[in-house]
Every structure is written in C-alpha cells, then in structure tokens.
Design a protein around this ligand. Structure first.
Ligand SMILES: [Zn+2]
Length: 275
C-alpha cells in the first residue's frame, strides 16, 4: 500500500495498492492534468530524488521548500514560538531529515493551509507531529485524504493560537485563507498569504487569480471582499507562497495599491495606461 502523490499538483491520496484513477484537484479548471498523462509518485520515490531546504527568513521564522522543485513548488513557513510551533502551508515531502529537524526545533502544535493546492502531504505531517490541521470548511470537498487530524472551521476568522489568526479571504478558492501573525515583522504584524495574495517578483505588489496556471482572474468584487476582510488587520510584511516572494515592509500600502490597479484593469477604467 502506498499513499500516492500526484506529480502535477502534489496532492497525496489515501493508501492504496494501485494509484488512483484520476486526480480531481488537477481535473478542476483551476489546475490542469499533466499533458503527458496523469502521473503519480510514492513518498519513498519522492524522498529518493528530493530533499527539503530550510531558510531563516527572520528570527524564529523558517521557510521550508522541496529541492529540486516538485509539483507546484510552494514553500511552507514555520513559526517557532513558545506556545508551540505553527506550520503555514505544507509540502508533499516529509522525509526523515525534515522530520528530525522540525522535531529538533520543537515539533509542531498546529498546521493551517491557505487553499487545497497546498494540502499536499498534510496528513503525514500532522501524524508525524501529533498536531491538528485547520482547513476552511468551504473547501471541504477538496480534501482527498480525510483524517481525524483535520479540523474544519467555518467562520470568517479563527484564532488558532495567541497572536495567530486565520482570516478567510476567498478569491482563488471559496475558503482561501491567510494567516495573520501579530508578532511578525518585528511586532508590526505579518500576513502569510499563500497565493490568496500572490506576492509578485517586484516585491512591492500582489495579485489575485482564480487560476494562476490558466491566467483566469477573479472579479473586482471578489478582490473588494479580500480588501474588506483585511481592512482592520495590522501588518507590515507579506510572505507569499514562493521563495523570495515577500514584501518586507509597507505591506499595507502595497496591498492597497495592488487592489487599486487590479480593479482598474479588470473593470476597464480608472487609468489612462489601460485600453
Ligand atoms: Zn493533481
């Protein structure tokens, strides 16, 4: 029995003798099926050809990413804190080295994930560290490997620990979530945004998509809902889903400017540069 992993989206499925017939996450129009055909890998084979790298982004704040890149290629972010470490987003690879290193950092007290494309091998991680996984109930249908560790929440915000609050933004997925870390950015507050707010290469803007690979934008009204969800949240930094994608300071101004230009573009007015 193997808990097969889709090589295109990185989603892990329940243990089975043979690979699943299809990957519903990739068949969803926000993703895509591998043009060469649906393909799978076992956790053991993934670990043979890949490893996880750790980077310290700020004191007690690590990014963890799989190298060489696998599937969508997101990073996970680990906040090390006295009340128990917290993992934001997740990876398909949990190899013995990663498990040993995270355990040496104090293990995990909880996991939360921005949206279904990063559910990955969340159940392996939760079982290894004996912690819950917090997922928004609006995306329940996208859980491909159910497990008692998964706790669905259905409100607009959820305090998962002192100073750590999940905020539902929607957009990319109905349950699209960001994590507010009050002590982040030197106490000015940080948003860990996955790709609900996609931090752009200029490191001073974010953007929004229903589908990133298929360039399928969300509506202006959906972006205004994200703006409203974050209106009263104090933050200075925004940490996105990929290596180097962070806005170190001025995040609130960057978000406001990004929303203004996005909505101008999507509605076709408000800027002479647009046609
Ligand atoms: Zn897939």
């Amino acid at each position: 029995m193997n808990s097969f992993i889709c090589t295109t989206c990185g989603t892990q499925y329940p243990p089975s003798e043979a690979p699943p017939a299809a990957c519903p996450v990739c068949e969803d129009p926000r993703q895509y099926v591998n043009p060469s055909g649906q393909s799978w890998i076992t956790p053991q084979a993934l670990a043979q050809g890949h490893a996880n790298s750790f980077r310290l982004l700020a004191p007690e704040f690590f990014s963890i990413a799989t190298t060489p890149g696998f599937a969508i290629g997101q990073r996970a972010l680990l906040i090390r804190r006295a009340g128990g470490n917290f993992l934001w987003d997740c990876l398909s690879l949990l190899d013995p080295a990663t498990e040993a290193l995270v355990r040496a950092l104090g293990g995990l007290a909880g996991i939360a994930i921005s949206h279904p494309h990063y559910y990955s091998a969340m159940v392996d991680w939760a079982r290894a560290f004996g912690c819950p996984i917090h997922l928004h109930d609006a995306d329940r249908q996208w859980v491909m490997r159910p497990d008692p560790a998964i706790r669905f929440w259905g409100s607009e915000a959820l305090a998962v620990a002192p100073g750590l609050t999940l905020i539902r933004c929607g957009g990319h997925f109905a349950g699209g979530t960001v994590l507010h870390w009050a002590e982040g950015a030197g106490g000015k507050g940080a948003l860990l945004s996955g790709d609900i707010l996609q931090v752009l290469p200029d490191r001073s803007h974010v953007s929004f998509m229903r589908s990133f690979p298929n360039y399928w934008p969300i509506s202006a009204s959906a972006v205004r809902r994200i703006q409203a969800a974050l209106a009263d949240v104090p933050f200075d930094a925004i940490y996105g889903a990929f290596a180097g994608r962070e806005i170190a300071t001025g995040g609130r101004t960057a978000l406001a400017a990004s929303i203004t230009r996005y909505c101008a573009a999507i509605t076709g007015d408000g800027s002479a540069e647009l046609f």
